[in-house]
Design a protein around this ligand. Structure first.
Ligand code: GDP
Length: 540
């Protein structure tokens, strides 16, 4: 049979061209470092938007705690721009936005599980800030490749070498300068691009594709002196020699394994230094990468579709009470109106109106490929970490839950609504708004969040959506630690003695609720056979 003979020629990696075209990443920063501005410049290069100001800042301005409806409204706006897709030089780039507000840090952590690389924006004046540090912990847990953009070079920032040292030390990552800045603040003259061997001169308010670039292969070329003056030319020569001596060529494997981060200097608001970074990004940033699951690694080029839910957004507006589940496609091709296996529920589901998130409008899509993010309307079937496949049973792993920082007991004020309350708590915590812990066989319910705001949202939604009225009583805990041990007897004993501090999470895992760092350290010292973890993976 001839067709059998030709079998090996069958295109095994059907979607390889689609996959190789895609780069999915997130921009992260401490609020105000310039994430929104940089995002906008990226989109301008991609031609996705024509004018500046089209990207809505997803910055949530907190006026008063009681203002959470306003915050939710702003969040609603930001959902529209949570995933932006643009084309640049033949690549299809998916940019995932992350909320800047600290109370939504969990959303950011989860978004980081759906990308293949990140761009970290650091303010040259403020250096590394608190939120950046925490985000970097998540990134290094996953060995995610990182680009660093040192922004606001037009302001009098820290010394360039001090800054590099600070970033390396604080973020525990090796840096590799890709451009070298010439002064900063008023005297900022531009950068020297080490890879392209060209001088990029700074002018404020640069438009896309409008940079003043001069090829200078040999830095001893007197053209350099004529462009930036002899003094700065000499400093640049020394800087480049020093940097070349220390770093040499960028090792792309070190970047891809998250060991080394290429660094660019620029000014987002002036669209300066952005193009150099974007060009390097499309050259070296990873295309969709394989993902771990509970049974095996799934490669993007596999024929069969698979993906997971990393974020769920519920709309609080009573006029649009919908939930959107964000699906990252991991392998194969996702198609509209096709049945897929919802692994946790063991049932087949299909989607009539899956949509892609384009810069300004939501478009219904017919298909999506690895690296893409699809928005699925959900009526409560999904929870974070859910996996869809074409039949195989596995879950994608590495989607973390972090220890909450504020804990409150939920007290039911209306015994007639006990069932509704249970249901509400289950569904809201499935969305990842908060974590639910139970004590004493489920009699005491504890909610843990990273920010005060979530408690208000939960209380409000329990009442509005489930008719359940609750009171929230503060509890004196500061962290929840998941417990594991190789010695079941020791763990059993510990749980017995420490009942008041032991709870179960939703999946029945044991946690220790610590009142303070001191208590936690004491228990750690006293119980060397028990491990205390600050994170838990949704699927292991
Ligand atoms: P985000 O909170 O990280 O999204 O920060 P934004 O992009 O909203 O920027 C915060 C502020 O910094 C805004 O007022 C921007 O105009 C300003 N900004 C952004 N980039 C630069 C820059 O390169 N230089 C200066 N001087 N200001 C900048």
């Amino acid at each position: 049979n001839l067709s059998n003979f030709y079998l090996p020629l069958r295109p095994i990696m059907k979607y390889i061209n689609e996959i190789n075209k895609r780069k999915t990443f997130a921009i992260i920063s401490h609020p105000d470092a310039g994430k929104t501005t940089l995002t906008e410049k990226f989109l301008l290069f991609g031609g996705a938007i024509q004018t500046a100001g089209a990207v809505k800042s997803n910055k949530i301005k907190k006026h008063a705690t009681s203002d959470f409806m306003e915050i939710e409204r702003q969040r609603g706006i930001s959902v529209a721009t949570s995933v932006m897709t643009f084309e640049y030089k033949g690549f299809l780039i998916n940019l995932l936005d992350t909320p800047g507000h600290k109370d939504f840090a969990e959303d950011t952590y989860r978004t980081l599980t759906a990308v293949d690389s990140v761009v970290l924006v650091v303010d040259s004046v403020n250096g590394v800030e608190e939120q950046t540090r925490r985000l970097m912990e998540v990134i290094s847990m996953r060995n995610t490749p990182v680009f660093v953009f040192v922004n606001k070079m037009d302001r009098d920032g820290k010394n360039r070498f001090d800054l590099l040292e600070e970033i390396e030390k604080e973020l525990k990552i090796q840096l590799h300068a890709m451009t070298v800045p010439i002064n900063s603040g008023k005297d900022f003259k531009g950068v020297y691009d080490l890879h392209e061997k060209s001088l990029v001169l700074f002018t404020a308010g640069t438009k896309a594709n409008d940079e003043d670039v001069i090829k200078i292969n040999d830095l001893n070329d007197p053209v350099l002196d004529s462009k930036i003056g002899e003094k700065d030319a000499n400093v640049l020569r020394e800087d480049v020699e020093l940097i070349d001596g220390v770093y040499g060529e960028l090792n792309i494997d070190d970047y891809l394994s998250g060991k080394t981060a290429p660094v660019f200097f620029g000014s987002a608001v002036n669209n300066f230094g952005v193009k150099e970074m974007l060009d390097t990004f499309i050259r070296i940033a990873p295309t969709p990468r394989p993902r771990h699951t509970t049974i095996r690694d799934v490669k993007p080029e596999e024929d069969k579709f698979s993906g997971f839910i990393f974020k769920i957004h519920a709309n609080l507006d009573p006029k649009h009470r919908d939930r959107i589940a964000f699906l990252r496609v991991c392998s194969g091709k996702f198609e509209r109106n096709t049945f897929y296996n919802h692994v946790r529920l063991e049932k087949d589901v299909r989607f009539n109106n899956p949509y892609s998130f384009l810069a300004r409008q939501k478009d219904v899509i017919e298909e999506a490929y690895p690296g893409d993010v699809v928005g699925l309307f959900d009526t409560g079937n999904f929870k974070i970490g859910d996996t869809l496949t074409e039949g195989e049973n596995y879950f994608f792993t590495g989607i973390p839950s972090f220890s909450p920082e504020i804990f409150k007991e939920v007290v039911n004020k209306d015994p007639m609504k006990t069932k509704q309350l249970e249901k509400g708590l289950m569904q809201l915590t499935d969305e990842g708004v908060a974590q639910l812990f139970t004590q004493f066989g489920g009699n005491k319910k504890i909610i843990g969040c990273v920010g005060e705001l979530q408690f208000e949202v939960i209380q409000y939604r329990l009442l509005q959506e489930y008719g359940a009225s609750v009171q929230m009583n503060s509890l004196p805990f500061y962290k929840a630690c998941w417990l594991t041990s190789n010695d079941p007897k020791k763990l059993d004993d510990f749980v017995k003695y420490k009942q008041a501090n032991i709870a179960e999470d939703k999946d029945g895992h044991l946690v220790y609720l610590a009142q303070s760092e001191w208590f936690l350290n004491t228990e750690r010292t006293n119980n060397p056979d028990i491990e205390f973890h600050f994170t838990s993976e949704i699927h292991k």
